[in-house]
Design a protein around this ligand. Structure first.
Ligand SMILES: [Zn+2]
Ligand SMILES: [Zn+2]
Length: 227
């Protein structure tokens, strides 16, 4: 069996060792070297808004600029991992090549990360580039009973994947979402946690944040796999 990220062969010896240390067996799709190069964000010294790791808990330069440029409230985001090279590779294989099995490698730790929001509803960000009909974000969540598919893409919106845009294009993009009106009662009296894979400029998440905030007085925040 080969590592899905680097292609190195994963030996039986490693698999047994992984099982003995109670690593999720699903991590066997990724070799130990790749697995160990994911960097967790501990959440101690992070930007109080976007959750990026830094020296203290003040707002980072991006978030300060966001507030100044848009005049909008800034979303509070809590990411699990740094968006380093390994995470980038993971996203490439999982999201863009559509390797559905690979969701298992991250599902346990991401669901654990979400567990601090027991009473909240999880609203996944719709994907414009779905592979094989699955939403790559929803597939990372074990707590399916808390998931409310509140958002949908506005039809005929020409969605260019965020990764294909430069920063200015991303910042100026129009609201791509609308809410499914029949699902609004499901978020009433609950805090809403938006779920996305990566927080990059935060533009997409802020569109969702602004839209949903207009329907509820409760907190709307977000959690992402990476920042
Ligand atoms: Zn590897
Ligand atoms: Zn920030």
């Amino acid at each position: 069996m080969n590592c899905k990220l680097c292609g190195a062969s994963i030996s039986g010896e490693l698999l047994i060792k992984d099982i003995l240390v109670f690593k999720p067996i699903t991590s066997a799709q990724i070799c130990s070297a790749c697995w160990n190069s994911f960097e967790r964000i501990t959440g101690v010294n992070v930007c109080c808004y976007c959750g990026r790791e830094q020296a203290d808990t003040s707002a980072c330069a991006d978030c300060v600029r966001w507030e100044a440029q848009t005049g909008e409230a800034v979303l509070t985001n809590r990411p699990l991992f740094k968006y380093n090279e390994t995470m980038q590779r993971f996203m490439e294989v999982y999201k863009f090549q559509g390797d559905y099995q690979l969701r298992l490698a991250m599902r346990d730790c991401f669901s654990q990360h979400l567990r601090q929001n027991k009473r909240a509803v999880f609203v996944p960000i719709p994907m414009s580039n779905q592979h094989r009909g699955f939403n790559q974000v929803t597939a990372l969540i074990k707590q399916q009973s808390q998931v409310v598919d509140l958002l949908e893409l506005i039809p005929d919106t020409r969605i260019v994947p965020q990764s294909h845009k430069n920063r200015a294009e991303r910042m100026n993009s129009e609201q791509p979402f609308k809410v499914r009106a029949n699902l609004i009662p499901k978020i009433m009296n609950k805090n809403v946690v938006l779920i996305d894979d990566v927080y990059t400029t935060g533009r997409t998440l802020h569109h969702a944040f602004n839209l949903i905030s207009s329907y509820t007085e409760h907190t709307v925040s977000s959690m992402t796999l990476a920042r």
